[in-house]
Design a protein around this ligand. Structure first.
Ligand code: ATP
Ligand code: MG
Length: 336
């Protein structure tokens, strides 16, 4: 399957510059007990330089493995790249040599993850960990001054003394800022932030989201943000891809998706987002759970949990429909 945008403009002239990232029909399996279980099934999206996209969906729907695939970071085995293309700056990551991959990792694409504490080495001072990242990717800039500049950039007060702290001397929010500084040390063109705020408390979450927004503005890098919380999407994303059971089911500009969610799954996700002013209103969890790998339902994978399901949903896999400009949905009943 090709990208929704490509379908919209089949014969449009190619853009002057290739997108920074273009994923086409990505398929990834996990091998288990002699079976190949498909975890990512035909995922396509693209991202231009400076743009941000958000991947949302419940736990286990394939957000992280999709994002890790961009730098071919899913270990093989147990995984196997079963098909598709991942083009970074026009070059297919799935065909790169180990040397080309090393250049992409950190150099073009940097990652930050949910648990900053788990990614920092407890026995080294945070300054030296940032310095190490600099030595790896920008040796000419590997100086204490640059470490201080990066710590300032991510909003760490008194960086001259903080750089001598060990990770455990910092709060969770400060640790996450250090992780972001390490990720930025290489001057990545794309920052992948996988649930960067989930392990933090609510006020710190808001601060980290503000920081990411400010960094995007200052540095102009692209951002791929992964979250299961649609509430933070509007703040950060230009576009949103909603994932369910290894597939994208809705794809739209962020403001459009938030104002007009069309897929029943997206609507259900929206209903499970805490609304700030609706005090007393209960959060709705989506009934049922994400199916396990290898046990995806036939037809539309969401149909057993879908309030709008019709007979055909259990037999026919829905194709992409363009419901509005740039707004794609994989549900034939989006108008009902
Ligand atoms: N190393 C692995 N070996 C086997 N299966 C895996 C492995 N990593 C991920 N999976 C499976 O692939 C599917 C997608 O996992 P993934 O981590 O991408 O989900 P996710 O959308 O990021 O969820 P979460 O919100 O919990 O982080 C899940 O069913 C998961 O169990
Ligand atoms: Mg994940």
């Amino acid at each position: 399957m090709i990208t929704p945008e490509a379908r919209a403009k089949p014969s449009a002239s190619p853009p002057a510059e290739a997108p920074l990232l273009e994923i086409r029909d990505l398929r990834l399996d996990f091998l288990k007990d002699g079976h190949a279980l498909r975890a990512v099934d035909g995922v396509s999206f693209s991202l231009n330089a400076g743009e941000s996209i958000c991947l949302v969906g419940e736990s286990g729907c394939g957000k992280s493995v999709t994002a890790l695939s961009i730098a071919r970071l899913v270990p093989t085995p147990p995984a196997r790249y079963a098909g598709g293309e991942i083009r970074v700056n026009g070059q297919d990551v799935l065909k790169m040599s180990p040397r080309e991959l090393r250049a992409i990792r950190g150099g073009v694409v940097s990652y930050i993850f949910q648990e900053p504490g788990a990614s920092l080495n407890p026995v080294f001072r945070v300054g030296s960990q940032i310095l190490e990242s600099l030595q790896l990717h920008r040796p000419d800039a590997a100086t204490p001054d640059e470490v201080i500049r990066l710590l300032k950039l991510v909003g760490i007060p008194a960086p001259e003394s903080r750089m001598r702290d060990y990770p455990h001397q910092l709060s969770g929010g400060m640790q996450q800022r250090v992780m972001i500084a390490m990720a930025l040390a290489s001057h990545p063109r794309l920052l992948v932030a996988d649930e960067p705020t989930t392990a933090l408390d609510v006020t710190i979450q808001a601060q980290i989201i503000d920081l990411l927004r400010e960094l995007r503005r200052q540095i102009g890098m692209s951002l791929l943000l992964i979250t299961h919380n649609l509430g933070i999407v509007g703040d950060l994303a230009d576009r949103v891809a909603v994932m369910y059971a290894g597939q994208i089911v809705e794809y739209a500009p962020a403001s459009e998706l938030l104002a007009r969610p069309l897929h029943p799954y997206t609507q259900a996700l929206m209903n499970s987002v805490p609304k700030l002013r609706a005090s007393g209103e209960r959060l709705q969890a989506i009934p049922g759970s994400v199916p396990n790998l290898g046990a995806f339902p036939s037809g539309c994978r969401f149909h057993p949990r879908c309030p709008k399901a019709q007979a055909q949903c259990s037999t026919t896999a829905p194709d992409w429909l363009e419901a509005g400009p740039g707004h794609w949905v994989r549900c034939p009943f989006w108008q009902t």
